[in-house]
Ligand binder design. Structure first.
Ligand code: PBG
Length: 325
């Protein structure tokens, strides 16, 4: 058989494959979500996220040091708010001595060079478990944006490098950017959850923070999974309003959206490989149905190949260890 071109030549050996690989994953690509609890010496495994923990600040700081030593450069903080502190205004979210603010300070103290990002949304603080303030059964946009501005300023004040609004209210990026400027936080970045879909895959996360909505769902603010043009619009608007990084979330069911957003904007794009995506791989691996390590690397590489410059993932530590081998 005479063939002018034989594609298998480039797949012949591991060395050749490594030489021509188009997508290279590194620990620098990862953002590690961390769940933080009150107290000392606390460590709770999240039942729907086996191998993933919610820790008090002391344990979190230890974890961050280890992440840094593995080559990971960024963490994304979430806190679990005590029930007594929850209300409809979410005011605990901008308590200067709140759990989030203390966590930011403790982490920046211990590992000053790590990039600390913080989730900005009211759901962990809301007695309704919604990302915004509720009036007459509705999640009201503009009063919520005012609350998110206060929350962002308090995170910036505590030393956050990036605030990451995950609430999907209209106009919040512009309002946060303006407030950061007006208050002298000219070095604080914004990673906008721009295309955040109303997804069933957030379930395990809501277990981790006890933040499931008390009524209804999040479909009046998070996006409809049937849509793609809307994702581009959201991302472009967030860039215009001052976002430094835009995010697509979830990742795996939305690889097409990651690519389209990447092609449409000129800022880095991140993708969030969310809790349900983690749980699916863990469950299948536990059953012996897939090889966990291979599934992790294939999944994360696919998200990067789709166009993500950064990936928020619960697999970051495992993946960094595998990549460092
Ligand atoms: C809250 C928030 C959610 C996640 C990140 N920030 C859940 C939600 O919108 O209900 C999900 C993360 C995950 O599932 O891993 N605003």
């Amino acid at each position: 058989m005479y063939l002018q071109r034989r594609n298998r030549i480039l797949r012949k050996t591991p060395a050749i494959r490594a030489m021509v690989a188009e997508t290279i994953l590194t620990p620098n690509d990862f953002i590690v979500p961390l769940f933080i609890d009150e107290g000392k010496g606390q460590q709770h495994e999240i039942p729907s996220m086996p191998g993933y923990y919610r820790r008090s600040i002391d344990g979190t700081v230890k974890e961050v040091k280890e992440l840094w030593s593995l080559g990971i450069r960024s963490v994304l903080l979430f806190i679990k708010c005590r029930d007594e502190l929850k209300d409809n205004t979410g005011r605990e979210a901008w308590n200067p001595n709140g759990l989030m603010q203390e966590s930011i300070r403790a982490i920046k103290d211990a590992v000053p060079d790590i990039v600390v990002m913080t989730d900005v949304a009211l759901d962990p603080y809301s007695s309704y478990g919604h990302d915004g303030i509720v009036e007459n059964g509705e999640i009201v946009n503009d009063p919520t944006v005012e609350a998110l501005v206060k929350m962002s300023l308090s995170h910036a004040d505590a030393g956050a490098d990036f605030v990451a609004p995950s609430d999907m209210m209209d106009g919040r990026i512009g309002a946060i950017r303006q407030a950061l400027e007006e208050n002298g936080y000219t070095q604080t970045g914004i990673m906008a959850y721009s295309a955040k879909y109303a997804s069933c895959f957030y379930g395990p996360f809501r277990d981790a923070l006890d933040s499931a909505p008390g009524f209804g769902d999040k479909k009046t603010y998070q996006m409809d999974y049937a849509n793609r043009i809307e994702a581009i619009k959201e991302a472009q608007m967030d860039v215009e309003e001052g976002a430094d990084i835009v995010m697509v979330k979830p990742a795996l069911p939305y690889l097409d959206i990651i690519r389209e957003v990447k092609d449409a904007v000129e800022v880095p794009v991140s993708a969030y490989n969310i809790s349900g995506e983690y749980a699916m791989i863990k469950a299948a691996a536990k059953m012996g149905w897939i090889n966990e390590e291979k599934a992790i690397l294939e999944t994360l590489t696919s998200i990067k190949r789709a166009g993500a410059d950064l990936i928020a993932t619960y697999f970051a530590k495992d993946a960094a260890r595998l990549l460092n081998k």
